[in-house]
Design a protein around this ligand. Structure first.
Ligand SMILES: [Zn+2]
Ligand SMILES: [Zn+2]
Length: 96
């Protein structure tokens, strides 16, 4: 999975890039505590809930067809590319 750092909420979870099966948007999603953010503003309050709702459409980010975003999906997402260009986020790859 691609991730952009570690979660300030739980302190240990990698912040993965999760593509929502409902709206098709990419959310930043903690693999550990399942906090979710709709964009690169990680200082904002995350979306939480016991079924891991998408911050944009409230569909579950865990249920299929939601999945960890691919390199092509990340490359096509403007707000992520802007965050990488400005060094606000850094892209890493690791096993989940
Ligand atoms: Zn969604
Ligand atoms: Zn977390």
């Amino acid at each position: 999975m691609f991730y952009v750092g570690f979660c300030r909420i739980c302190g240990t979870g990698p912040l993965g890039l999760r593509r929502c099966g409902g709206c098709g948007q990419i959310a930043i999603f903690c693999d550990e505590c399942e906090s979710a953010w709709p964009d690169s503003d990680l200082a904002a309050a995350p979306t939480t809930g016991d079924y891991a709702p998408c911050p944009k459409c409230r569909r579950s980010l865990l249920d299929k067809p939601s999945h960890w975003a691919t390199a092509a999906e990340i490359a096509a997402t403007d707000w992520l590319q802007q965050a990488f260009r400005s060094d606000h986020l850094r892209l890493h790859y690791g096993s989940s």
